[in-house]
Design a binder for this molecule. Structure first.
Ligand code: FA5
Length: 345
C-alpha cells in the first residue's frame, strides 16, 4: 500500500503540470482526491492494515493528501489568474471614441464627366462607350485620316505592339474619343444623339495644361436637316449650363479632317479673367472643345447617305472644365494621386 501511495503522488504531480483549464483540474481532483480515488480508499482501509504499519502508512497517506490539496488550490489560483489576465488584456473600453472610417469619394474627373453627360442627357443625348485600345482604322482612317495624312501629327500616338490574327491591322491607344462616332454610326441608324465619355492617350510631353492621359467627352448628332446653327445652339446652351451666364465663349474656325466646317470653342481664362497668364498661355482663352459638321465622307463610310442626312460632332477635354472652374493651375495634379489635392473636391 505504501507503494500505491507513492505512485499516486508521482502520477498526480506529473498530470497536474499539464493542466491548463478549470474543467481538467476538477476532473484531476476527482481522480486523485475524490471519494473513489486510490488515496482515499487507502485511508479508509487503514483499519485492515497491521498495527505496526498503520501509523507510518496513515501519516504518509495524509501527508500526500494534504500536499495534493495544496497543489490543487495553488494550481486553481494560477489558472484563474491567467484567465483574468487575458480578460484584462482583451478588454474593450466601450467608452473610447470610435475610429472614423475614411470615406472614399468620386474622382474629380468622374464627377465632371457625370455632370457633362447629365447636361446632354437633358437635351436628349444617350451615353455610349467605346474601347480605349483601338484599331487604327477607327481612330484615323474612318475619320478621314488615311496613313500619311498630316493631321495625324496632331495626335501623337502610342502604338500597341500586337499582331492581329490575319495581320495588317495596327492597334493603338485611342488618341481621342472620336472613334466612338464611327462605332455608333456603324451600329445605329439616324436619328442619332450620343455622348461618349472616356480616357484618351497621347505620346506627348506634359506641362500645366497637357497630360499624356486625359479624358474627353465626344458628342454626335445625326439626323435630317441638322445645321451649324444646331451645333452652335447646343454647345452655347451646354456652356451656359455648365459655367453660368457670365462666362464668355469664343467660336473660331479650326480644322479637323472628320468635320467640315470645323470650329474650336474656347472660354475666357478663369485665372486671369482674360488678361493672359501661365494657365492660358498668355492668350486669355482656354480651348475646351473641337467641333464641326460631320464630313460627308465620314457619313458615307458608315453607310449613311450624306445627301439625306447631316450631323454635328464635338469633342471636349474634361479636365479643362474643373481647371477653369476651380482655378487649378496644373493638370498634372489630377493623376498625381495626391490625396491632399483630390480630397478638396
Ligand atoms: C480632338 O481630339 C478631336 N477629336 C475633337 C473633335 C471631335 C473635333 C469631334 C471635331 C469633332 P483636340 O486634339 O483639339 O481634338 O482635343 C480636344 C480637346 O481635348 C481640346 O480642346 C483640349 O481641351 C483637350 N486636350 C487636348 N490635348 C490635351 C492634353 N494633352 N491634355 C489635356 N487635354 C487635352
Amino acid at each position: 500500500m505504501t507503494d500505491q501511495v507513492e505512485e499516486v503522488s508521482v502520477q498526480a504531480n506529473a498530470e497536474l503540470q499539464k493542466i491548463s483549464s478549470i474543467e481538467e483540474l476538477e476532473s484531476w481532483r476527482v481522480r486523485y482526491l475524490g471519494r473513489k480515488s486510490k488515496l482515499i480508499s487507502v485511508l479508509r482501509s487503514l483499519g485492515d492494515v497491521p498495527i505496526d504499519e498503520r501509523r507510518e502508512l496513515g501519516a504518509r497517506a495524509n501527508q500526500v493528501k494534504a500536499s495534493l490539496e495544496e497543489l490543487y488550490q495553488a494550481h486553481k489560483g494560477k489558472i484563474e489568474l491567467s484567465k483574468h489576465e487575458s480578460l484584462e488584456r482583451d478588454r474593450i473600453d466601450v467608452t473610447l471614441p470610435g475610429q472614423p472610417y475614411q470615406l472614399g469619394r468620386l474622382h474629380l474627373t468622374t464627377r465632371t464627366i457625370r455632370e457633362i453627360c447629365d447636361i446632354f442627357a437633358g437635351m436628349g443625348f444617350k451615353v455610349v462607350e467605346g474601347p480605349e485600345v483601338e484599331w487604327e482604322y477607327y481612330n484615323f482612317e474612318a475619320l478621314n485620316m488615311p496613313a500619311e495624312h498630316p493631321a495625324r501629327d496632331g495626335f501623337a500616338t502610342l502604338w500597341v505592339d500586337y499582331e492581329a490574327p490575319g495581320g495588317g491591322r495596327p492597334m493603338l491607344m485611342r488618341t481621342h474619343t472620336s472613334p466612338v462616332q464611327i462605332r455608333t454610326m456603324e451600329k445605329e441608324k439616324p436619328p442619332i444623339r450620343v455622348v461618349a465619355p472616356g480616357r484618351v492617350y497621347r505620346y506627348e510631353a506634359t506641362d500645366a495644361t497637357h497630360e499624356w492621359m486625359f479624358s474627353q467627352v465626344e458628342g454626335l448628332a445625326v439626323d435630317r436637316n441638322i445645321t451649324m446653327a444646331d451645333l452652335k445652339g447646343t454647345l452655347f446652351e451646354f456652356a451656359r449650363r455648365l459655367f453660368g451666364q457670365d462666362r464668355k465663349c469664343r467660336f473660331r474656325c479650326d480644322y479637323f479632317p472628320f468635320v467640315e466646317p470645323g470650329v474650336e470653342i474656347a472660354i475666357d481664362c478663369f485665372m486671369c479673367g482674360g488678361k493672359g497668364c501661365r494657365l492660358c498661355g498668355n492668350s486669355g482663352w482656354i480651348e475646351i472643345l473641337g467641333a464641326g459638321m460631320v464630313h460627308p465622307e465620314v457619313l458615307r463610310g458608315c453607310g449613311i447617305d450624306p445627301d439625306e442626312y447631316s450631323g454635328f460632332a464635338f469633342g471636349m477635354g474634361v479636365e479643362r472644365i474643373p481647371i477653369l472652374r476651380y482655378g487649378i493651375d496644373d493638370i498634372r495634379l489630377f493623376y498625381g494621386n495626391d490625396l491632399r489635392f483630390l480630397k478638396q473636391f
